[in-house]
Design a protein around this ligand. Sequence first.
Ligand SMILES: [Zn+2]
Length: 141
Amino acid sequence: MIHFFCPSCWRVISENIIICPYCHYDLRKFNTLGYDDKLILSLRHPVKEIRRLIIFIIGLKKLKKAVAEFERMIEGEDDPIILLEIVKALVKINSKEAREILDKMRSHRFQIISRYIERIECLPIKEFYDKTIIFNNRYTC
Ligand SMILES: [Zn+2]
């Protein structure tokens, strides 16, 4: 049996529905979205492993428009593995907004997060993901 999901709230819906009965998302709108916007919507997927994969892909694509959604996700996320994947994606994106979020996460309650951010500052630029990343110009090692 095939399940159909609303791409906005990710609840199971009937096949030929146009407006999601739960969140009122217009599914016709989904078909007009580009790949990047569909990826960003998928960050709300209920399966954690899928979310993690989407975060990874967004990081590879250095998708700046996903940064606001990452910021929203960080607020409510309790899973350190998901948070770490977001941190890695923000490092790859490396926009001003991404660096501001990373800066705020420097004192995160999860040590895996704060130590990761601390560690990347110690790496020489060339060893760090790619040669274009400059992390707040703060290389302390
Ligand atoms: Zn919905």
